[in-house]
Design a protein around this ligand. Structure first.
Ligand SMILES: [Zn+2]
Length: 273
């Protein structure tokens, strides 16, 4: 009888251990079981495939690896357009760019984001309903909780010499997600104590109008012209420049750079080159 009792107690204890352990893990990491530690080879993937990673100070590299693990486990990655599967390398690199924007911040930016759709190359967007021909894209961000990316375009970030300095399609689309967190994309993300809405509106609007004026006058300008489309595109374009052309943006548009430093709690012009 005593032996039976001990056996029952032991079984109950094991069940409790498993259930409580799983609860703690799920609460901490999101909806699926995850590796407890960042796999060692992920650092090698980021060093090789994400040029920006090597510019980060060591402590931010470590923080990024932890955040990449959380992102990969929390979000769904879907292969599209004939892609066999979204490989581990693809997931780690895409998560790397998403989580660069999240570094140094306690508030989670991507609560609404559920899935990342990955195409092997450019993808067509059906514009038939507005009478336009299919448009080829390398990235999109949907307010319904998805980001769409061309893997070829992500792989080329920082490597394509024909591209204007300061471009990064992954950062562009994840910046839209931040903008779309609680509303439609309008270039006005949720701000915290670092920047007032009044300052944000004033500085972004004046820089946006500068860009529009420069384009209208046929003048050379320092930002991707796509940013002149509307306030949402401007926010994504200046976020790209903030991370990919930090020193240039700080020199040319110090007021805008300062506002972005306080918003992203980061000063990327101080990182390595
Ligand atoms: Zn955009």
């Amino acid at each position: 009888m005593n032996e039976l009792l001990i056996l029952v107690i032991a079984l109950v204890a094991i069940c409790l251990f498993v259930v409580i352990g799983e609860r703690v893990r799920l609460k901490h990491w999101g909806k699926r079981p995850v590796p407890m530690f960042v796999p060692r080879h992920w650092r090698g993937i980021l060093e090789e495939k994400m040029p920006m990673f090597l510019r980060l100070p060591l402590d931010l590299q470590e923080e990024l690896l932890e955040r990449v693990l959380m992102f990969v486990e929390d979000k769904d990655f879907e292969a599209c357009g004939g892609l066999d599967r979204v490989t581990e390398e693809m997931q780690v690199v895409i998560a790397g760019y998403a989580q660069v924007l999240q570094l140094n911040k306690s508030r989670q930016f991507y609560a609404r984001l559920r899935s990342i759709l990955v195409y092997p190359d450019t993808f067509a967007v059906d514009d038939d309903d507005v009478g336009l021909e299919d448009d080829l894209r390398i990235g999109e961000s949907w307010g319904t909780g998805s980001v769409v990316l061309s893997w070829r375009a992500v792989e080329n970030i920082g490597r394509d010499e024909d591209e204007l300095n300061g471009k990064n399609v992954a950062i562009h689309e994840f910046a839209h997600q931040i903008d779309q967190e609680f509303s439609d994309a309008d270039g006005a993300p949720i701000l915290d104590a670092g920047v007032s809405y009044r300052e944000w509106a004033k500085v972004l609007r004046s820089n946006f109008e500068d860009l529009q004026k420069a384009i209208a006058n046929g003048e050379k300008n320092d930002l991707d012209e796509y940013g002149a489309e509307d306030a949402a595109e401007f926010f994504s374009v200046v976020t790209e420049a903030f991370y990919e052309d930090s020193v240039g943006l700080r020199e040319r548009r110090p007021e805008l750079y300062s506002v972005l430093c306080r918003f992203y709690k980061m000063d990327p012009a101080q990182w390595g080159r």
